[in-house]
Design a protein around this ligand. Structure first.
Ligand code: HEM
Length: 493
């Protein structure tokens, strides 16, 4: 009894201290968040709710502050310009190996051989992703994507016509399967969505080393690794159009990556490929369903484009057969803006880097000194919630990014600091794929269905709660059920 009581007293005292003490930050530049514990620093509060902790510190100490978390001195920055300069910094000065290491460990359980896997990922896999998923060549890589996606969504019309379905599964499973076919070919283990989802749900807890019932997700990970290993061992690529899969197999062969190492590398990549995109897509639908006017505007735009009223497409089938470049079009200006707005609202923190030497970050006319061995972290959420840049920053404003003339071939930021997709040399290599995929899923679902809250739950739609332990982009643990009703138009099942 003594130990738990002491622990409870300790936690309550420190919580009270954190909330009530009249904080006077140490007179350092940047200000340092005071902490009671010598090595742990503020990690108990950070781990309990990273987002709320950073928001409180931002409010108290301003846009730049230093905090000790589990032995790491971290300089947190919240201004768009400074975060951009971290993204663009020379990796010899600010290095992001740490995040990659964590991803390998947390997602795929890598404990040995890290350096070799990391080397292949950075020097072989990322350039391959960059080339295959660039705006110009995306159409060759995604050829079967929309076809497979459509056939997966159609299954919901057959099996779930009148029943409640999980919004998460509705938006994510077809996307997962179609993306895997497009990138890895149809011989990839496609019936793995449930295991992937179970692993994905555990990742934020694994990152924070929080107590969690890990057993189901660990079993899911083992099954995924075994199936991916079989896929790599077979080495079959069904179709020579599967360019990405062919190049991947060749890269693995040339570098003698096989067995468990190969499957761990692919699983880590698979998580990077799906996790943010799936969660962003879920929130796009959730925001639209919570805002009937926004939903009506996006749907009207889709109907106009699909019905060929402005001469763009003559039906859903034609739209789905088009090159991704065709969807990067002013006829989808509001939908594109809705995707950008969702990315703005869902991005958390990024740009975690370790300083390899003493380094100055520029902030306007001043500099932020970073010492060798310190870490920097970009509080993207704070930058995106800056009311001076984004009025009504906490609200979903569907046309926020549709104010200026549409610029094809560019991310539609409307000239505002937009950090959800990184920047500089580490800009997200899958950004064109992610935007294209999210748009296609939204087009298919909103064209085919009226989606309403499941009557067993509530007649009024409210946004799902944000999980305190989200990473990358916000997550939810809420089960959201919806009912689908086929709309009356060209498609009848
Ligand atoms: C909505 C979906 C996505 C979001 C919000 C997102 C976000 C990001 C961010 C913020 C970074 C920069 C991280 C940093 O520098 O610290 C990044 C990097 C990266 N992303 Fe994405 N991403 C998404 C989808 C994808 C997809 C579909 C792929 C496809 C494989 C992908 C592949 C990559 C790669 C390879 C990098 C590392 C680039 C490098 O370090 O050179 N991402 N992503």
């Amino acid at each position: 009894m003594l130990l738990p009581t002491l622990a409870a007293i300790c936690i309550l005292t420190t919580l009270a201290w954190f909330y009530l003490a009249p904080f006077s930050p140490e007179r350092t530049s940047p200000p340092r968040v005071p902490s009671l514990f010598p090595w742990l620093g503020c990690s108990p509060w950070y781990i309990l709710n990273p987002c709320a902790f950073l928001a409180r510190c931002h409010q108290r100490y301003g846009p730049v502050f230093k905090v000790l978390l589990g032995g790491w001195e971290i300089v947190v920055v919240s201004s768009g310009d400074v975060i951009s300069s971290i993204f663009s910094a020379d990796p010899r000065h600010l290095c992001n190996d740490l995040m990659h290491h964590e991803m390998f460990h947390v997602v795929a359980g890598v404990r040995t051989n890290y350096a070799r896997l990391h080397d292949i990922m950075i020097h072989k896999l990322f350039p391959l992703v960059d080339k295959s998923l660039s705006r110009r060549s995306l159409g060759q890589t995604t050829q079967p994507f929309a076809r497979v996606l459509f056939s997966q969504v159609k299954k919901f019309t057959q099996n779930h016509g009148l029943r409640a379905v999980s919004l998460m599964q509705l938006v994510q499973e077809p996307l997962y399967i179609a993306t895997n076919v497009a990138l890895f070919g149809s011989s990839f283990p496609l019936d793995t969505y449930k295991d992937f989802h179970s692993l994905d749900k555990s990742v934020p807890y694994r990152f924070s080393r929080l107590p969690f019932w890990y057993w189901p997700s660990s079993c899911a990970r083992e099954r995924l690794l075994a199936q991916i290993r079989d896929y790599l061992q077979r080495g079959e690529v069904a179709d020579c159009d599967d360019r990405f899969a062919l190049a991947l197999m060749e890269t693995f062969k040339a570098n003698d990556i096989q067995g468990l190492d190969g499957s761990r590398l692919v699983l880590t990549f698979l998580w990077g490929l799906h996790s943010n995109t799936m969660n962003t897509l879920f929130w796009l639908l959730a925001f639209l369903l919570a805002d009937p006017d926004a939903l009506a505007r996006v749907r009207a735009e889709i109907d106009t484009a699909v019905e060929g009223r402005e001469g763009k497409f003559t039906g859903l089938e034609m739209l789905l057969a088009s090159d991704p470049d065709e969807l990067d079009d002013p006829c989808f200006a509001i939908l594109t803006s809705a995707v950008m707005e969702t990315m703005r609202l869902t991005a958390l923190h990024a740009a975690v880097r370790k300083a390899e030497c003493d380094f100055d970050l520029k902030q306007g006319d001043t500099t932020i000194p970073i010492k060798k061995g310190e870490y920097v972290l970009g509080n993207v959420r704070a930058a995106h919630m800056d009311e001076t840049i984004y009025p009504c920053a906490h609200e979903f404003v569907v046309d926020r990014f549709a104010g200026r003339p549409y610029r094809k071939g560019q991310i539609q930021t409307n000239g505002k600091p937009f950090l959800s997709l990184g920047g500089g040399r580490h800009i997200c290599k899958g950004r064109w794929l992610a935007i294209y995929e999210i748009k296609v899923v939204a087009i298919i679902l909103l064209r085919l269905f009226d989606i309403s809250p499941s009557p067993e739950k509530s007649a009024v739609w409210s946004l799902p709660r944000v999980s305190e332990h989200s990473i990358g982009v916000i997550h939810t643990q809420d089960e959201v059920s919806v009912q689908l009703r086929l709309r009356q138009h060209e498609y009848s099942g």
